[in-house]
Design a protein around this ligand. Sequence first.
Ligand code: ATP
Ligand code: MG
Length: 244
Amino acid sequence: MIEVKNVSKRYTGDKMVVKDVSFSVKPGTIYGLLGPNGAGKTTLMQMTSTLLKPTEGTIEICGIDTVKEPLKIHKLIGFLTTEVKLDPLSTPNRLFDLFYALYDLPEEEHDQRKAQSFDRFGISPFADKRIVELSTGMKQKISIAISLIHEPPVIVFDEPTNGLDILTSKQVTDYLLDLKSQGRSIILSTHIFSLAEQLCDDIGILVDGRIVESGSSKELTELTGSANFEEAFFKLYSKYHTEN
Ligand SMILES: Nc1ncnc2c1ncn2[C@@H]1O[C@H](COP(=O)(O)OP(=O)(O)OP(=O)(O)O)[C@@H](O)[C@H]1O
Ligand SMILES: [Mg+2]
């Protein structure tokens, strides 16, 4: 369960880049943050993952406050960001082993969990290759496998299909649907309508740091009297966006 309550964020100066955002994500559901570049998606996800502190408001993961008990939160969430890079000279095998040890996971399950995780994404044939030699898609799949190594109940994925071809994108989206059916609570950020529409139970439309409307793609389409979800987004964006 994820509870974001009245969260705002200011980096420097006066400008709030996230403004009074509230939403909750129940187990077995995917919440999508859909917004253009600079809307505040990454900032919100970094606050959810304890990398940034909210200027105002609170975030709770499974009832635990992210600011008060960040170490507990690390065990509960899997976080994937566009900004973390894998060590180019390491290998999938070594990275998996490193993170497995860091999370202090059961030694006797190591081999089975690695095989399961690598097989899920076809990583096994590349397990001893250096990261620098691998494709963008393979690197992303390794990042996903590692971000979920501790099988967290809460998953926070920032633009997980960015830069991927349609085959790899489909593997990632199928995996997210699997994770949802296992009862995980998932937040996903994207600026791709079809992804939000296909995966998310609820979508928050983020414009200039504010969630201006939320609901399922169907609800948002109906609410705005639009022919499709893309049109609904543009209507909401032009209604709420202000030049500043
Ligand atoms: N470290 C920082 N210091 C100051 N301002 C920042 C910082 N990081 C982001 N911002 C600003 O905060 C706003 C929100 O940025 P953020 O990266 O959260 O948006 P986003 O929705 O993830 O965009 P994108 O689609 O480009 O990834 C932008 O105006 C950005 O310039
Ligand atoms: Mg971003």
